[in-house]
Write a protein that binds this ligand. Structure first.
Ligand code: ARG
Length: 399
């Protein structure tokens, strides 16, 4: 008896997921491996990847274009929640995992598979996100993670694959581990493992080095409707086009890089380099528009929700009941977050220089320092008497 009869395997075309195909069959007694490659705007050609899975021994090789859903159902809610893990990482990789988990489960149900599989190792966050996402969506399915158990080095994995006729094109072997999708790139390993080593310029693909950025600033206006980005410079764009165009515009000015030491779910600290030009700028702009349209108490209370939300996403709890409950809160807050935010892009900075909204609750008559001031200054005195009373009493009794 094998570990499963029929398995749907998340497939990228890389070494690990390719080796998983014969490994599942030969070592774990799986009868049929169906692969699934998800297009999340990573820019890979998918037809060669589809073919490769078949060559590696898959009975069926599925390719799903999920880019639109990735942006609408995963990136946009995260923007509405202003999520930044540990106040910095916009979760560009993390957000893709629950969607891939969903595609795997749907395929397993459609093809009558009794398990799904992925190529993650035991050290990362992605295994947590896949496993928990899958068990949340279909607790009956088994989850197989060969690379978590096989104990092979990369070279050994290649040798193993070659035994089964898998060819690994001799491309310049990169020391880096890279994940990429429409939202960004995550780069780790190789020389980056020394936290003091400056990331070499060649690792960046979405963002320009400051030395090569334009010498003139560029202004960009982002329009939001109910907390969702809908336009750039007044032109309405579909979600995927909006992210793609903004990545270009912003990346060209060297905006969107991050270099951080991050705390993984499994307790390891890791050094991560990220590029996420559009996503970072959209979160910044969105948060700014909220400050114009939401009351003080909602704005401030929501910060705590955002923190929790970011941790949930990072830790693989996208399909958890707490996440669903927080979504309900966040959606309610977004109803009036409509308007425009203007940014100035220049030499690695995206500076917010203006915002406006038909729902603005900024009140010039109250804010002004000019003659038309409508604020009742005398009312402040009684307010401060009462506001400060506990502190005054405390001081009287204790000094
Ligand atoms: N640390 C990031 C995360 O957990 C990205 C990991 C991406 N994987 C990679 N091979 N670089 O979301």
């Amino acid at each position: 008896m094998g570990r499963a009869e029929k398995v749907v395997l998340a497939y990228s075309g890389g070494v690990d997921t390719s080796v998983c195909i014969p490994y599942l069959k030969e070592e774990w007694g799986v009868k049929e491996v169906i692969t699934l490659a998800a297009d999340l705007g990573q820019g890979d050609e998918l037809e060669p990847i589809r073919q490769k899975a078949l060559k590696c021994g898959a009975v069926e090789s599925l390719v799903e274009d999920a880019t639109a859903s990735f942006v609408k159902d995963y990136a946009f809610p995260a923007i509405q929640a202003n999520t930044l893990y540990e106040n910095r990482y916009p979760l560009s990789t993390a957000l893709a995992r629950p969607l891939i988990a969903k595609l795997l489960v749907e395929a397993a149900e459609k093809y009558g598979a009794d398990a799904v599989a992925h190529g993650c190792t035991g050290k990362g966050n992605d295994q947590v996100r896949f496993d928990v996402g899958i068990m949340a969506l279909n607790p009956e399915l088994k989850v197989l993670a060969p690379a978590r158990e096989w104990g092979m080095s990369r070279e050994e994995a290649i040798t193993y694959g070659e035994k089964f006729g898998i060819e690994f094109p001799v491309k310049k072997s990169s020391p880096y581990s890279i994940d990429r999708n429409l939202l960004g790139r995550s780069i780790e390993a190789g020389p980056l493992e020394d936290p003091m080593t400056e990331p070499p310029e060649e690792i960046y693909l979405m963002t320009e080095a400051i030395a090569n950025t334009p010498d003139e600033p560029e202004y960009v206006t982002i329009g939001f409707e109910a907390g969702i980005p809908v336009s750039i410079n007044g032109n309405n764009l579909d979600p995927v086009a909006l992210i793609a165009q903004l990545n270009q515009t912003v990346g060209k000015h060297g905006v969107g890089r991050l270099d951080m030491i991050e705390n993984r779910v499994v307790g390891i600290k890791s050094r991560e380099i990220y590029e996420a030009p559009a996503l970072l700028v959209l979160i910044d702009a969105h948060r700014d528009l909220e400050s114009l349209t939401l009351t003080a108490d909602i704005t401030q209370y929501k910060r705590g929700i955002e923190q929790t939300y970011g941790e949930l996403v990072y830790r693989g709890l996208w399909y958890s009941p707490l996440k669903a409950a927080l979504d309900a809160f966040i959606q309610k807050t977004q109803e009036r977050v409509t308007g425009e935010v203007r940014l100035k892009l220049f030499k690695g900075n995206a500076t917010i220089v203006g915002r406006r909204s038909p729902n603005s609750i900024y009140t010039p008559d109250l804010a002004t320092y000019g003659a038309d001031d409508q604020f009742d200054h005398k009312a402040a005195e009684g307010f401060i008497y009462i506001w400060g009373l506990p502190t005054r009493v405390w001081s009287q009794k204790t000094r």
